[in-house]
Structures are given as structure tokens and as C-alpha cells.
Design a protein around this ligand. Structure first.
Ligand code: PYC
Length: 331
């Protein structure tokens, strides 16, 4: 038996987005949060096949399109990547919206606006285009909040770090420059990749975060190493680690949301402020705090993130049952 997946491959500010538009397993007509659970339980081999080598790679990331369960959304989006199925992904949203609009897979009811149903909640989108090509996508993300501040962790071979933990659709350990972290230009990327899982494990052990209103969202998944910007128009720069060996090439949408929530809680950003975030390769997201809200009893912000993506091709991917590597592999 050969499984065929019809994909549109894109990248958002350098980070890959493989949009699976056909061939994915059918799922019951339940919310995207429930679809995510069913997919993880019964169909995770599809993610592994499409994300891991030899069909993907260590930084591979993508989405699967589903009909939304909510009437106020145009599409349901399941986020898949090397580390699992994320509740929300910013660069994945920007790439997916660009791909579905340019490929005519979604026809917006109101030009310039669509809404997606993500597992973490509804995300409204505004976009601009020239002809059929999308120029910029701004996503109005799910509420973000600072979960913990000034937490001391011991990282083997690095020493003591004081970190914050913030949520922007995923939970991020945020490491600002300090005694044992002097910034992105002082540590090779290979060393950031070696240390990040140790930081993540230490933060998870200390904090074990659970989303205040949706216990399906829990656990520290991403590590954000912060630094001053290089580009004059940026406010900050980062390297975001995820999975086992991935550093986000984009400035990271949920990470930027988490960072704005942290800076807001610390009194360094206020509603209406713009925050331009620069990635490790110099690409940028133009972010804003749109408002304040609550998640349960937790003070939170409403973040928005804008960026660009480019479609790079159509990719029809076969997964052959006879292939001993049909589920992919990771070194
Ligand atoms: O943009 O939210 C994001 C993201 C999550 C993981 C990689 N990118």
C-alpha cells in the first residue's frame, strides 16, 4: 500500500512550513483541540513520516488542513513538527495562510481577513496581497501570559541561570543575557542546541506548567535565548530551540507572543507598543500588544504577530508500507 500526501511547501522568514492539503487521515467532526488528541493517539505516524528524515529533516514543521468545527472560522489547522503536534504555531500560521490563499484552497468571505481554528483557540488573520500573491500576514494570537518569573535553574556544564517561563501558544523558557549567558554571538549554535534540552528539562522539573483554562496544553516545549538586536529596526533578537535539534529560522510567532507577555508583565511593554523581533538569520516579525485580557485568573495580553512567507513548490509525497523507513528516523 502506498499513502499519498499532497503538500504545498513554503517557508516563513526561513522556517519551513509543509502544508498537507490532501491525503491526511479523516478525523471526527470535533474541535481542533480534540482532533489534535485523536491524531496524536491514532495517526502520529503521518507526522513522523512527513517531518522526519528522509522526507523531512531536523527543523521540519508543517500543518494539516481540516474543516473547522466553528462556524466563525474558515479552516481548521493541525500543527505538526519534529517535536509533536503543537497547540499553536505562529510561523506555521503565516505560511499556511499564505499557501492556502495563493493556491486558492480557501476563498475568504471578507477579502483581507480569514480566521483559523487552531488547537489552542481561534486565531483571526489580516493579510495584504498583490494580485494573487500574499505580501504580509498578521495573526491575532491566542492570549499570552507570564507563568513564572526569576526562576533559578542549574544547567549541567553551564551553571546557574535565572529564567522566566511564558506562554504564547506554547510554553517558553526565556533566558535573557546574564552571568552565564552573554548573548548569541558568544556561543556556537551547536552549543545552544546541546544546552537547550538541559534547560528545558530543568525548567519542566521546576515548574510543570499547565494552561489555566485548557489542561490539554501543558509542559515546557521551547527555549528562547534572547539578545540585543543586530538590525537597527529590531527591538530584540532570539534563537528559539524546539524538538531535539531545531532552532527556529523565523523569529517564532508563539515565542514572540510569549516574550511580549513577559515584557508586559515586567512593565517594559504596554498595550499598543510595537515589538520587532529578529531571528537568528536576521528575518523579522512585526509584533504588537493589541490589548489586555485574562486567562482564568491570570493577567494576559492579546498579542499580534506579522510576517511574510513564500510558497516554494508542490510536493506529492509517497509513504510506502514496504519502506523500512516509512515512519522516518532521527539521528
Ligand atoms: O512560530 O510559533 C512559532 C513556532 C513554534 C515552533 C517553531 N516556530
Amino acid at each position: 500500500m502506498r499513502h499519498t500526501f499532497f503538500c504545498v511547501d513554503a517557508h516563513t522568514c526561513g522556517n519551513p512550513v509543509r502544508v498537507v492539503a490532501g491525503g491526511a487521515p479523516q478525523l471526527p467532526a470535533v474541535s481542533m483541540a480534540e482532533k489534535r488528541e485523536i491524531f496524536q493517539r491514532d495517526h502520529d505516524w503521518v507526522r513522523q513520516s512527513l517531518m522526519f528524515e528522509p522526507r523531512g529533516h531536523d527543523v521540519m514543521s508543517g500543518t494539516i488542513l481540516y474543516p473547522p468545527s466553528r462556524e466563525d472560522c474558515d479552516i481548521g489547522v493541525l500543527f505538526i513538527e519534529v517535536s509533536g503536534c503543537l497547540p499553536m504555531c505562529g510561523h506555521g500560521t503565516i505560511g499556511t495562510v499564505t499557501a492556502v490563499l495563493e493556491e486558492g484552497l480557501v476563498v475568504p468571505k471578507v477579502p483581507g481577513r480569514i480566521a483559523i481554528e487552531a488547537p489552542a483557540g481561534k486565531v483571526e488573520i489580516e493579510y495584504t496581497q498583490t494580485g494573487n500573491l500574499v505580501d504580509q500576514v498578521r495573526l491575532f494570537n491566542v492570549p499570552a501570559y507570564l507563568h513564572a518569573r526569576d526562576v533559578t535553574i542549574e544547567v549541567p556544564t553551564l551553571g546557574r541561570l535565572t529564567v522566566d517561563l511564558s506562554y504564547g501558544g506554547n510554553y517558553y523558557v526565556i533566558i535573557e543575557p546574564q552571568e552565564n549567558w552573554a548573548g548569541l554571538d558568544t556561543m556556537p549554535v551547536a552549543e545552544i542546541m546541546r544546552l537547550s534540552p538541559l534547560v528545558r528539562a530543568a525548567a519542566q522539573k521546576a515548574l510543570r506548567p499547565v494552561h489555566p483554562t485548557d489542561p490539554r496544553i501543558q509542559g515546557v516545549s521551547h527555549v528562547m535565548w534572547c539578545d540585543a538586536p543586530k538590525a537597527p529596526e529590531a527591538d530584540a533578537r532570539n534563537a528559539v530551540f524546539y524538538g531535539e535539534k531545531a532552532i527556529d529560522r523565523s523569529p517564532c510567532g508563539t515565542g514572540s507572543s510569549a516574550r511580549m507577555a513577559q515584557l508586559h508583565a515586567r512593565g517594559k511593554l504596554k498595550v499598543g507598543d510595537r515589538f520587532v523581533h529578529e531571528s537568528i538569520i536576521g528575518t523579522m516579525f512585526d509584533c504588537r500588544i493589541e490589548g489586555e485580557t485574562m486567562i482564568g485568573k491570570q493577567d494576559a495580553i492579546l498579542p499580534s504577530v506579522a510576517g511574510w512567507a513564500r510558497v516554494i513548490g508542490h510536493n506529492t509525497i509517497f509513504v510506502d508500507d514496504r519502506d523500512p523507513l516509512m515512519h522516518g528516523f532521527q539521528l
